[in-house]
Design a protein around this ligand. Structure first.
Ligand SMILES: Nc1ncnc2c1ncn2[C@@H]1O[C@H](C[S@+](CC[C@H]([NH3+])C(=O)[O-])CC(=O)[O-])[C@@H](O)[C@H]1O
Ligand SMILES: O=C(O)C(=O)Cc1ccccc1
Length: 243
């Protein structure tokens, strides 16, 4: 499965607005996300460990906004509970078609069902683990509360939601510092100033970050007993919410 190096924004793009998870992004996605999201590999590994700890027998584990299924594969190779199935959902046809090819070369007794549909519409039930790994940030803010309530209601007692997001900060100095350090991370990963600037324009009004406090309040209001950060690297964090 040969993926390419991300150079989508290496040259001036006429109208970079309106980032989409299309076939061009899919072709470079593993490189793009690893060089753009600080700590991504660590988060994926930990999702596998958490699934191993929380997956319940005869239940479903969901990877919502699965992309190429990195979190699904991590869960698949850590879950020991009997009769667990993983449901991997993404509304990008390019991502799901490519993920199906990856799955064809992956062996595990745990069944994976892929769905190419909007996560807001997908059927959620009998869940012990739900993963939103850098996905909620692409859902309109006005839809996030109902969506998280639906996830909460689909979770079994003792279930877990793993929510990873790009964060924003109320304090202007923190916001500026965290953004600068994220850009320093990207430069250290080999991205040029032009690539960083054009990708930022592309994501404007597409990736909508919120503060941790906002995520925590929304999760508690949805019914979760607790919601705490387990990992953070500059303005990228992952939250564990418990039912
Ligand atoms: N409404 C929606 N319905 C379904 N899918 C959606 C929707 N909106 C966005 N997506 C999908 O959510 C994914 C976001 S990427 C997730 C990374 C992955 N979780 C990973 O752990 O590698 C994060 C990033 O690239 O920063 C894309 O595949 C979109 O098609
Ligand atoms: O937030 C950013 O600047 C990113 O580049 C995150 C990202 C990574 C991969 C696809 C879309 C957004």
């Amino acid at each position: 499965m040969n993926f390419k190096k991300d150079s989508l924004y290496a040259h001036p793009v006429e109208s970079p607005e309106g980032f989409q998870f299309d076939s061009a992004v899919t072709a470079v996605f593993p490189d793009m996300i690893q060089r753009s999201v600080p700590g991504y590999r660590s988060i994926i590994s930990a999702i596998g460990l958490l699934a191993g700890r929380f997956a319940q027998a005869n239940s479903l584990c969901y990877d919502l906004g699965c992309s190429l299924g990195a979190a699904t594969l991590a869960m698949r190779h850590q879950i020991e509970a009997h009769d667990c199935r993983i449901i991997a959902v993404d509304n990008s046809e390019a991502m799901i078609e490519r993920f199906k090819k990856i799955l064809a070369n992956d062996t595990s007794p745990i069944e994976v069902e892929t769905r190419c549909e909007d996560i807001r519409d997908t059927r959620l039930e009998n869940a012990s683990v739900v993963v939103l790994n850098f996905t909620l940030q692409f859902i309109p803010i006005e839809d996030r509360s109902e969506f998280l309530r639906n996830i909460y209601q689909a979770l079994l007692p003792g279930g877990i939601l793993i929510l990873s997001e790009k964060l924003k900060f109320d304090d202007p100095r923190q916001q500026q510092l965290q953004t600068e350090m994220h850009h320093a991370f990207k430069k250290a990963q080999g991205y040029s100033d032009l690539e960083i600037s054009q990708k930022r324009t592309a994501l404007e009004n597409v990736l909508i970050p919120e503060t941790f406090s906002c995520h925590q309040q929304r999760l508690l209001k949805a019914g979760f007993n607790s919601a705490e950060v387990w990992f953070q690297y500059f303005n990228f964090a992952s939250i564990i919410a418990l039912k």
